[in-house]
Ligand binder design. Structure first.
Ligand SMILES: C[S@@+](CC[C@H](N)C(=O)[O-])C[C@H]1O[C@@H](n2cnc3c(N)ncnc32)[C@H](O)[C@@H]1O
Length: 277
């Protein structure tokens, strides 16, 4: 009984620590209805030249996103403990620069990171390369086939939002279920329509001693599509995503035989954990 309570308490704490940054960002972030970096005005107006997603952002991503870097390593361990399931092999789907792959490698026997973006993967290779129990795969999460099943799969920091439709979301979630062992865990977070509507028409500014850039948000409530432009002095990245509300993810999970364990979070970021039936 005491050990059951201790596991529940640790899971409860892990849930609350999830969104506490692992390392503080070195830059400042603020939102404004007007673009405040004069050097980005022309790029904002002309939308030229176009850069590939993460072509410029990748090297600054960890500092910038460190503000909301999510501690899934701890949460996954506590969730697996509370449910008495192993957490030997973990897939980090859309692993980005590989920070979570590295943290998971310290706590699990084997970690695979998958991402489609060459700029993010290049950084992940140097971050995760320090750990012998990790490997990285270049693949699209809408059609991946790794030929093995994992104890747990994590898709962190609204990576799932990089889909274009409910059908694509369902396809990604089917792929996840297919790569999970029975009883395996899937944890993720998504940004929903409330978040996209609130930031739409605004600029998120990032300033550090080495770089200044801004994110321009635009949300179309009719299509549910979210288009974020990342403005740099020498070009603009376009990130096309879809806002995902609870019921959309729940429908996709249901059709893939994933059972909800818990969901929590704010109206902005929503966290989910599922198990494969
Ligand atoms: C917001 S970043 C999050 C990265 C990482 N999960 C983290 O927590 O820092 C979104 C990631 O999703 C990846 N991504 C976008 N579309 C993808 C796709 N179709 N297949 C796989 N990864 C994708 C991007 O390349 C990027 O690394």
């Amino acid at each position: 009984m005491i050990s059951w309570l201790a596991k529940r308490l640790r899971l409860w704490l892990a849930r609350h620590w999830l969104a506490i940054p692992g390392s503080p960002s070195i830059g400042q972030i603020w939102l404004s209805s007007r673009l405040q970096f004069a050097e980005l005005a022309t790029i904002d107006a002309t939308n030229e030249p176009r850069l590939a997603p993460y072509e410029r952002l990748a090297p600054f991503y960890d500092d910038y996103a460190g503000h909301w870097c999510l501690r899934y390593d701890n949460y996954l361990v506590q969730l697996a403990n509370a449910r008495n399931v192993p957490q030997t092999s973990v897939l980090d789907l859309s692993c980005g620069t590989g920070g979570l792959v590295g943290r998971l490698a310290k706590r699990c026997e084997r970690v695979v990171g998958l991402d489609t973006n060459p700029y993010m993967l290049a950084l992940a290779r140097s971050a995760a390369g320090a750990y012998e129990n990790t490997s990285l795969v270049a693949s699209d999460f809408r059609q991946f086939a790794l030929g093995e099943r994992f104890d747990a799969i994590v898709c962190a920091s609204d990576s799932l939002n990089y889909v274009a439709s409910d059908d694509e979301l369902a396809r990604v979630v089917q792929g996840i279920a297919h790569h999970l062992k029975p009883g395996g865990l899937f944890v993720c977070d998504v940004l929903g329509r409330v978040f996209s509507s609130v930031v739409s028409g605004h600029y998120l500014h990032y300033e550090s001693p080495t770089v200044r850039f801004a994110l321009a948000f635009e949300f179309d409530p009719e299509t549910g599509r979210d288009s974020t432009r990342v403005l740099f002095p020498d070009g603009v990245e376009h990130h096309d995503r879809m806002a995902i509300n609870d019921h959309q993810l729940m429908d996709a999970a249901k059709s893939a035989d994933l059972q909800l364990i818990e969901r929590f979070g704010s109206l902005g970021r929503r966290y989910f954990s599922f198990t494969r039936v």
